[in-house]
Design a protein around this ligand. Structure first.
Ligand SMILES: Nc1ncnc2c1ncn2[C@@H]1O[C@H](COP(=O)(O)OP(=O)(O)OP(=O)(O)O)[C@@H](O)[C@H]1O
Ligand SMILES: [Mg+2]
Length: 390
C-alpha cells in the first residue's frame, strides 16, 4: 500500500500539538505517549519523504523530539520553563530574546549533553577532533610545540542517518563552546534574497566568540548546478560563504571549528572543499560491526529487563542489522519494542506481568522497515571517494 503522506503528516502535527498541550499542563504521562507517537511518525515521514529538504526537516525535528524525551526521562519538563527549551524543537519557535542571546539567533552557549563517547564508530572524525580541537585545549604546551593552528575544517559526507549531525552535536558537547547549527536549505527558504547577508552575519557573530563551532548542515543546497535557473542566487550565497570562511581562522589560541555535512558530495562546488576551505573530507558511512555492537549493547542495557532471558540475542541483532544506518537501527529497536508492548496490551496481561522483546518482534520490525540506503547509493559514495567522475 502506498504511504499516506498527507494523512501521516496530519497525524504528526496532531501528535505534536497534543504533546505540547499535555506537557505545558505538566501531564507528563500523556505528554510522553504523544511525544513517542510524534517521534515514530517523524521517523516514518523522514524515511518516506521524496525530497531531501523534507528528509532533513523531519530528521532535525526527530532529533529535537528525542532530546525532549531524554529531558523528560531525566525528570525535566522543557515546556514548563523557557530556559529548559530544546534547540530546534518544532514547538519552541517563538521564544523571546533574552539578554546575552545570540544576535543572529543561530548560536547557543548551552552545549549539548552529547559527547564523543555517545557516537558509535566514526573514528576518523573523532581522531581529527581529538588531535586538532580537544588536545590544544587540554594540553596546549604539547599541541603548540608541534603545530601552530588549532581547529578543524571538515566536510562530512555519506548516506542519511549515519551520524553526521549527531557527531557535530557531540563535538559541540565536548568543546563546551558557542556553537551554531545552520540548516542551509532553511536559510535559503526563510531569507529569500537575504541569505548572503544572513551568512555574513553568522560569521560576524562567530568572530566575537573565543572558541566557536559552526555546523552547516546540508551544504549541497548552496551549490546548485551552474546552468540551472537558481544559479545566480546560489552563486551569491556560495561566494559569500567562501569569502567568510577564508577569514574564519584561529587567532592566537582561540578555536575555530567549521563543519559542513551533505549526503550529496558530488553536488558540491569544488571551491568548497579545496585548499584552505573545508579541506578535510571524511566519509561517514554505515556502521561497521563494532559500531552496530555499540548500538545493540546500548539498547539492551537501556531496557535490560525487557531483553533478559529473551530468545533475541545481541549476536543475532548485530548480524541482522548489517546494512542499516544508526538512525534506522534505533527505529527498528523502537518498532520491535512497540510490537511487544502491543502484545502485552492486546493480551491484557495482569499488572506486573510482561513479555520479553522477542526475536519475532524484532524480525517483524526489521521486515517492515524500508531501508533508505540502497546498494546503488553506496556505490556512488565509493566512486566519489575514489575521485571517479559522477
Ligand atoms: N554513529 C552514530 N552514533 C550514535 N548515534 C547515531 C549514529 N548514527 C546515527 N545515530 C542516531 O541516529 C540519529 C540520526 O543521525 P544523524 O541525523 O546524525 O544522521 P545524518 O548522517 O546527519 O543524516 P542526514 O544525512 O539525513 O542528515 C542521531 O540523532 C542518533 O540518534
Ligand atoms: Mg544530518
Amino acid at each position: 500500500m502506498a504511504f499516506d503522506y498527507p494523512g501521516k503528516n496530519r497525524a504528526y502535527e496532531a501528535a505534536l500539538s497534543r504533546t505540547k498541550e499535555c506537557l505545558s499542563a505538566d501531564d507528563r504521562e500523556n505528554g510522553l505517549l504523544f511525544l513517542e507517537k510524534a517521534i515514530s511518525l517523524s521517523d516514518e515521514l523522514r524515511l518516506n519523504a521524496a525530497i531531501a529538504e523534507f528528509q532533513a526537516r523531519f530528521a532535525k525535528e526527530n532529533a529535537s523530539l528525542r532530546k525532549i524525551k531524554a529531558l523528560l526521562e531525566e525528570g525535566k519538563n522543557p515546556f514548563l520553563k523557557k530556559t529548559q527549551a530544546v534547540d530546534g524543537a518544532p514547538t519552541s519557535k517563538d521564544e523571546e530574546k533574552k539578554e546575552g542571546d545570540s544576535v543572529t539567533g543561530f548560536f547557543s552557549n548551552e552545549p549539548p549533553k552529547t559527547t564523543l563517547d555517545d557516537v558509535a564508530g566514526l573514528e576518523a572524525v573523532k581522531e581529527q577532533i581529538r588531535i586538532n580541537v580537544l588536545l590544544p585545549l587540554k594540553d596546549p604546551e604539547l599541541f603548540y610545540r608541534y603545530k601552530s593552528d588549532a581547529g578543524a575544517r571538515i566536510c562530512m559526507y555519506g548516506p542519511p542517518g549515519c551520524g553526521k549531525s549527531f557527531v557535530a552535536e557531540a563535538i559541540a558537547g565536548e568543546l563546551k563552546c558557542h556553537y551554531a547549527v545552520i540548516l542551509v536549505p532553511d536559510i535559503l527558504d526563510k531569507y529569500v534574497g537575504e541569505a548572503p547577508k544572513r551568512i555574513k552575519a553568522i560569521f560576524e557573530e562567530a568572530e566575537k566568540y573565543e572558541n566557536v563551532l559552526l555546523f552547516f548542515d546540508e551544504i549541497d543546497a548552496m551549490c546548485s548546478s551552474r546552468d540551472s535557473d537558481e544559479s545566480t542566487h546560489t552563486k551569491d550565497i556560495l561566494t559569500t560563504f567562501l569569502t567568510c570562511m577564508s577569514g574564519f581562522k584561529p587567532k592566537g589560541k582561540s578555536l575555530k571549528v567549521i563543519i559542513g555535512a551533505t549526503n550529496r558530495p558530488w553536488a558540491l562546488d569544488s571551491a568548497l572543499i579545496r585548499g584552505q576551505r573545508l579541506d578535510t573530507a571524511i566519509y561517514v558511512g554505515l556502521p561497521d560491526e563494532k559500531a552496530r555492537q555499540f548500538f545493540v549493547d546500548k539498547e539492551f542495557a537501556k531496557h535490560k529487563e525487557a531483553y533478559e532471558g529473551s530468545d533475541l540475542t545481541k549476536e543475532y541483532c548485530v548480524e541482522a542489522l548489517d546494512g542499516f544506518s544508526g538512525a534506522d537501527i534505533k527505529t527498528i529497536f523502537e518498532q520491535a519494542a512497540t510490537r511487544t508492548l502491543r502484545r502485552v496490551l492486546d493480551d491484557k496481561l495482569p499488572k506486573g506481568q510482561y513479555y520479553k522483546i522477542a526475536k519475532a518482534d524484532f524480525d517483524a520490525a526489521l521486515k517492515a522497515h524500508h531501508n533508505p540506503v540502497t546498494a546503488e547509493s553506496l556505490l556512488r559514495y565509493a566512486a566519489f571517494e575514489k575521485g571517479m567522475p559522477q
